[in-house]
Write a protein that binds this ligand. Structure first.
Ligand code: 3PG
Length: 212
């Protein structure tokens, strides 16, 4: 069942934290996503940063029907089309271009572009995107940038991503126009490689708790 963009935004507003998973291994991806969901985080972004990412996405979508599985690191319209074919619930990009924004607006896939400042945000709004990823959040000003952008753009909401930690997230989430935070710290490559699902579960549970 595909979720509407409003449903996805509502879920992110409730969870307030979006784990980001980078792995090329289908079995490990399924185990990791299941572990995240079992520990209070049933939405995930799987990046396209690995060669096998489309297969990973397709298989996780099939294996984890109760999880909202999105695709990250979408850089081109061709990737957007391929993501849609996998059955992923949504797409995210680290930035925005006129070509990709236009394709995303026409694609029907719930989509969140990345912005680093006001000009990116104006481009996003021209294409109807008012929920965006602020990336890399820690380097472009984080919560201070979100607050500043809230002046000229009062209806925009941000997913702060890049350099967020379980320690920093409660403060970031207090800013009213921050919808959620995203990050890879819940799924470290070393723990995935070690199949340490207990440790990953603990990181997810701690993030879910810090989000409350
Ligand atoms: C991303 O893909 O958005 C980033 O890798 C997230 O940043 P982080 O790794 O610092 O959490």
């Amino acid at each position: 069942m595909s979720l509407s963009k409003q449903n996805i935004i509502a879920q992110l507003a409730q969870l307030r934290v979006l784990p980001i998973l980078v792995t090329d291994d289908v079995e490990q991806a399924i185990r990791c996503v299941t572990t995240l969901a079992d520990n209070g985080l049933p939405a995930v972004e799987i990046t396209l940063r690995t060669p096998n990412a489309m297969t990973v996405l397709r298989e996780v979508v099939q294996a984890c029907p109760g999880v909202t599985v999105g695709a990250g690191t979408i850089l081109t319209p061709a990737q957007l089309d391929a993501v849609k074919e996998t059955g992923a619930a949504f797409g995210i990009s680290p930035g925005i271009t006129p070509v990709l924004a236009k394709a995303a607006a026409q694609s029907g896939l719930p989509y969140f572009p990345g912005v680093g400042g006001a000009s990116d945000l104006m481009l996003a709004l021209e294409h109807g995107f008012d929920v965006v990823k602020l990336f890399p959040s820690d380097l472009v000003g984080g919560v201070k940038m979100a607050k500043a952008l809230g002046g000229p753009f009062p209806d925009v909401r941000f997913c702060l991503t890049g350099g967020v930690t379980v320690e920093s997230m409660p403060t970031l989430l207090q800013q009213p126009n921050v919808l959620c935070v995203g990050g890879s710290w819940m799924c470290p490559a070393g723990l995935i490689a070690a199949n340490d699902w207990v440790a990953i579960g603990a990181l997810a549970a701690a993030a879910a708790l810090a989000a409350k």
